[in-house]
Ligand binder design. Structure first.
Ligand SMILES: C[S@@+](CC[C@H](N)C(=O)[O-])C[C@H]1O[C@@H](n2cnc3c(N)ncnc32)[C@H](O)[C@@H]1O
Length: 270
């Protein structure tokens, strides 16, 4: 590989996930707490993921798209908990391989499928009752294009449920201080809500989860630091240090409410 991958990029996830699985799992189990770590790569506890899905009316009959599904933890968890069918999509071939092998091991391959695709070019028909986008809106600079793509795969009346990183765009200085800062695209609420409306989405529920996510970012940084030696032994000291620094910085941004986290459930106009 030429140079190190940018923190938070698909290439970074590929390197970090595969090489440090066992060490990471121990740190994350400790950070999320009993029963709350289900393979998610985010600041959401399992209970929050389930609550968001339920608020979007995910039921045993639902067909759900988990956009930017990572290694498939939330998709498999929701299939198990609610009985729904899920398609998970991610740009990372490595993430999708891991997700598919976990689905096979869990005996869930009849209800959960994974495929490699770009969220802005989905090779899918308008068949989904619910689309979920967990902790990844920040990766999309063009939010209108993503909303257009999501609307295109939802049934009329279908729901789009997601978390949003809300706030003014990071300044050049803030980007420089944040590992992977150049790939973070915040949006102010007063710009985003009109965009939702003009994309034919009606807001059903909006909750501020900034405090819970600030706490989680801090806990992850603390547990990565506690397991630093084992994580660094698999991925190298600099990748490990960068990951801790990123979560410390997220904790600061969220604690000070420079960035807010919103959990939003919307409905596509019929
Ligand atoms: C923070 S992880 C979140 C994973 C998952 N949603 C979860 O909660 O565990 C972000 C994921 O988004 C994926 N991603 C980023 N941009 C993407 C795009 N344009 N299309 C599809 N996946 C993308 C990355 O590869 C990565 O797996």
């Amino acid at each position: 590989m030429v140079g190190r991958p940018e923190h938070g990029s698909t290439e970074w996830y590929d390197a970090f996930r595969v090489q440090s699985m066992a060490a990471l799992r121990r740190a994350r189990d400790a950070a999320y707490g009993e029963g709350e770590h289900i393979g998610q790569e985010s600041f959401m506890r399992a209970g929050e993921i389930l609550a968001l899905a339920r608020a979007a009316d995910v039921t045993p009959g639902s067909l759900v798209l988990d956009l930017c599904c990572g290694t498939g933890g939330p998709a498999l968890y929701l299939a198990r908990k609610t009985g729904c069918r899920v398609v998970g999509v991610d740009l990372s071939a490595q993430g999708i391989r891991l997700a598919a092998s976990t689905a096979r091991a869990a005996g869930l391959t009849r209800r959960v499928h994974f495929l490699v695709a770009d969220g802005l070019r989905l090779p899918l028909a308008a068949a989904f009752d619910v689309v979920l986008l967990l902790e990844t809106f920040l990766a999309f600079e063009d939010k209108a294009a993503l909303l257009h793509e999501v609307a295109g795969v939802l049934c009329p009346g279908g729901r789009f449920a997601f978390t949003l990183e809300e706030g003014r765009p990071l300044s050049r200085e803030e980007r420089a201080r944040m590992p992977g800062g150049d790939g973070i695209w915040l949006v102010p609420e007063d710009e985003f809500l009109p965009l939702l409306r003009s994309s034919c989405f009606r807001v059903r529920q909006l909750e501020d989860c900034t405090a819970a996510h600030a706490d989680m970012a801090g806990r992850l940084a603390m547990m990565y630091a506690r397991h630093q030696r084992a994580i660094a032994a698999s991925v190298g000291a600099s990748l490990c240090d960068e990951t801790i620094a990123a979560d410390v910085r997220w904790a600061e941004l969220l604690h000070t409410r420079r960035v807010r986290k919103l959990a939003i459930v919307t409905e596509r106009a019929a």
